[in-house]
Design a protein around this ligand. Structure first.
Ligand code: MEV
Length: 333
């Protein structure tokens, strides 16, 4: 059984969405592939291909213990989501016994592109399929969110919603309809640069929580402003007004700086993008490394910025929006 899950960028609204304010998120046409099959014994065998910067690694779990060629840090970054997804899915869909799971990605975990959400959603979707259950994408998203909450301590519905449903979504965590589909008037291409993550999402969410607890009124104003930015950014995208969208992304980036989640290396990359003439530049995701995104009305500027980034040795690419969301495929043996 194969599952294919897109990654995502946060156009505006990360961190504020954890406090219930709106965020604008888009699935991108870079995907994670997960193969999942039932084993005749009770072992869980997980292989990761390219998901870590270091290449292929494996983990084998029996009921008593796990062994494999992974350091505790890597276990925390990748396999904790897989094992938690299996634990939660088995409670909901019934025990399937042992499993072989293979995860392939060209983008490393923790790059700020929703890799952990994609892995959680992909394992939940694959598990439910093998258990013979037909589950809607929005329900996959909400089960995968439970996985993220248990592993990270806190998680908004944004990342798991984006990777499960695909397309562009205005996420409003406090409303009954959490995900509102946004139809961009013009095709949106996004330049994405990736830097090594210096702090996990769990850590950056907790740093912002500490600041919020110390300066509640001020930080709440900042969060509210980010929420308003996301509402306006969604309108700008629907009207095809990329200039306004870019301006809103720039304001959002500077609020994220004020919240203390933008490290120097990410700021240097953002500056290269601005110098190449991109109209909107911001970090995407929890911050302290990960993804930096940029947009422009002019494709040649995106290409110019991409070339400048590649010249510095940075990992970068241009991506368009994915409208397919999570997909299932039978694997022919
Ligand atoms: C992480 O991709 C985005 C955060 O807003 C956390 C979340 O939404 O759960 C930082």
């Amino acid at each position: 059984m194969g599952i294919n899950v897109p990654l995502k960028v946060t156009i505006t609204g990360e961190h504020a969405v954890v406090y219930g304010y709106p965020a604008l998120v888009a699935a991108i046409n870079r995907r994670i592939a997960i193969k999942i099959c039932v084993r005749p014994d009770r072992e869980i065998r997980i292989t990761s291909r390219g998901v870590m910067i270091i290449g292929d690694i494996s983990l084998i779990c029996s009921e008593e213990s796990c062994r494999g060629d992974v350091s505790p840090d890597h276990v925390e970054r990748l396999f904790s989501y897989v094992l938690k997804a299996i634990e939660i899915a088995s409670k909901i869909f019934g025990d399937l016994g042992g499993l072989d799971i293979e995860i392939s990605s060209g983008v490393p975990v923790g790059s700020g592109l929703g890799t952990s959400a994609a892995i959680s959603a992909g394992v939940v979707a694959g598990y439910s399929y093998l258990a013979g259950r037909s589950v809607e994408r929005k329900d996959i998203a909400s089960i995968a969110r439970r996985v993220e909450i248990e592993v990270q301590g806190a998680a908004s519905p944004m990342d798991t919603g984006a990777v499960s449903l695909g397309g562009v979504l205005l996420v409003k965590p406090l409303e009954t309809e959490v995900f509102k589909r946004v139809e961009p008037k013009k095709a949106l291409e996004i330049l994405i640069a990736i830097t090594p993550k210096k702090r996990s999402t769990r850590e950056t969410v907790s740093m912002v929580r500490d600041l919020y607890n110390r300066r509640k009124t001020i930080v709440d104003h900042l969060m509210r402003a980010i929420g308003e930015i996301s509402e306006e950014a969604s309108k700008a995208l629907e009207e095809g007004d990329l200039k306004t969208l870019g301006e809103l992304m720039n304001i959002n980036h500077n609020i994220l700086r004020a919240l203390g989640v933008v490290d120097c290396e990410s700021e240097d990359i953002a500056e290269i993008m601005r110098t190449a003439g991109l109209e909107g530049v911001k970090i995407s995701g929890g911050g302290w490394g990960g993804a930096i995104i940029g947009i422009s009305r002019d494709r040649s500027r995106l290409e110019q910025a991409l070339n400048s980034l590649l010249e510095t040795g940075c990992t970068a690419f241009i991506s368009s929006i994915d409208f397919r969301g999570i997909e299932y495929e039978e694997i022919l043996k």
